[in-house]
Write a protein that binds this ligand. Structure first.
Ligand code: SF4
Length: 437
């Protein structure tokens, strides 16, 4: 009977359309690493949501400035914040910074960034070693020649003693010179030598993986190790991380080092991180953007969140889809409305988050004319299609895919905000929650 039904059923025109049009690859399986304790603790890897992190650019010894910037980054959504620990004054400031942050209700885990003398600072400042949730070390500058092993092991022993996580962060700019020289020599002797750049990539991968293995040999469990291998060129970065993921299951921190300023930095880092995330690689991300002098450091957090949200991995704030505008939108009405709605949502979010759980998944569309306006607005939860040049001065509003009303007149923005507010209240408010129970 089943066979007969199968024969008489028309052929499915979508048959075979599965994997070819599938979404992102399944996440690469990694060990889950807990960073921090209690309130604010986060899990990196092990299938947990991809974590957003950032780094301060204040002098850590300046406690006021560092507390203020960590709080700013955390409030913008950074789930881990890294601070430089480069000298005794900075190490001595760390426990005070932790204490002050806790007092103002900012429990974000702090990561200490150590170079050259991390072993000494952690040994000389036990309160710093205790206050940090994670130590970031660079195998390329943890020590040199015979001192390298002892200095590396001292840091790992501190992490074991205090129950902390370690990020082993290899970096193209400070690649382990001894390892690179060794690999270059081996390559030169080989009957089929590979390109020098490929040797450098291999050195990055080996530097990260062999250091992680050594940390494990010293007694630090895999679920307390996070790996990164940052490079400043997009293709190199993708190649190196693919290889790290292929050869290991350590939790992975993604980032393009020295991404740069402005749009260049955002585009380069997004291209690299986006490709890897799509392939299922990466458990935590950081955008290493150079801010304008006196610029807003939280931009790196917002960009990281936007990447994760636009790729469909996490939701942080309601998305506003807006068309770019063209010759059909000769007035600025639609740019102004898109901007006003976006700003209004950003301003309202802190309050909405408390009152309307789930509101961050809202999709709003603000479109410029009849060509794509109604169609795109129907795909959003709530969307408005503004009149283009020469169209009648009315703006249909679509709610949950159906035309709900048409707005006219000078108060379009305010009227649309009222409709969005009503929609949020209906969908995410107490009434909706009571009905769902
Ligand atoms: S929706 Fe209309 S205004 Fe917007 S880009 Fe398309 S054609 Fe231009």
């Amino acid at each position: 009977m089943e066979a007969m039904e199968a024969e008489t059923r028309p052929a499915n025109p979508l048959a075979g359309a599965g994997p070819e049009i599938a979404g992102p690859s399944p996440r690469h399986r990694t060990a889950g690493v807990q960073v921090g304790q209690g309130e604010g603790a986060v899990t990196v890897g092990g299938g947990a949501p991809i974590v957003v992190q950032s780094m301060t650019n204040t002098d850590t010894a300046d406690i006021d400035a560092t507390v203020a910037q960590v709080a700013q980054l955390a409030r913008a959504g950074s789930e881990l914040v890294r601070i430089t620990v480069d000298r005794d004054e900075a190490a001595a400031a760390v426990p005070k910074i932790r204490e002050r942050l806790d007092r103002i209700g900012v429990h974000v885990p702090l990561v200490g960034d150590f170079h050259y003398i991390g072993h000494k600072l952690l040994s000389d400042h036990p309160a710093c070693a205790e206050a940090l949730a994670k130590y970031r070390i660079n195998p390329g500058n943890v020590g040199f020649k015979e001192k390298k092993d002892t200095q590396f092991s001292t840091i790992i022993e501190q992490a074991i003693r205090y129950g902390k996580t370690v990020r082993i962060g290899a970096n193209w700019g400070s690649l382990d010179g001894e390892l690179l020289t060794h690999l270059m020599d081996e390559n030169a002797k080989s009957p089929r030598p590979i390109d020098a750049r490929a040797v450098m990539r291999e050195a990055m991968v080996q530097s990260a993986l062999s250091s992680a293995q050594r940390a494990e040999d010293l007694g630090l469990p895999k679920d307390r190790i996070i790996l990164s291998a940052k490079v400043s060129a997009v293709q190199d970065l993708i190649a190196v991380y693919r290889e790290v993921a292929r050869r290991s299951d350590y939790a992975i921190h993604l980032g393009l080092t020295e991404a740069g300023m402005g749009t260049k930095g955002v585009v380069a880092a997004s291209a690299a991180i986006g490709v890897l995330l799509q392939e299922g690689i990466g458990d935590t991300i950081r955008y290493s953007l150079t801010p304008e002098p006196g610029g807003d450091r939280t931009v790196e957090v917002k960009v990281a969140q936007e990447l994760l949200q636009t790729m469909g991995f996490r939701t942080f704030v309601p998305l506003v889809a807006a068309c770019p505008g063209c010759g059909r939108t000769t007035s600025t009405t639609f740019q102004e409305l898109a901007r006003d709605i976006q700003n209004w949502i950003a301003r309202s979010m802190p309050e909405w988050k408390k009152t309307y759980p789930g509101v961050e998944g809202l999709n709003v569309a603000v479109m410029g004319c009849i060509v794509n306006g109604p169609g795109e607005s129907k795909h959003a939860d709530i969307g408005i299609s503004l009149p283009g040049t020469g169209e009648s001065p009315s703006a249909p509003v679509f709610i949950d895919g159906k035309k709900a009303t048409t707005l006219r007149g000078a108060n379009l923005a305010k009227d649309f905000e009222t409709l969005v507010t009503d929609y949020i209240e209906r969908r995410f408010g107490q009434g909706a929650r009571d009905a769902a129970e």
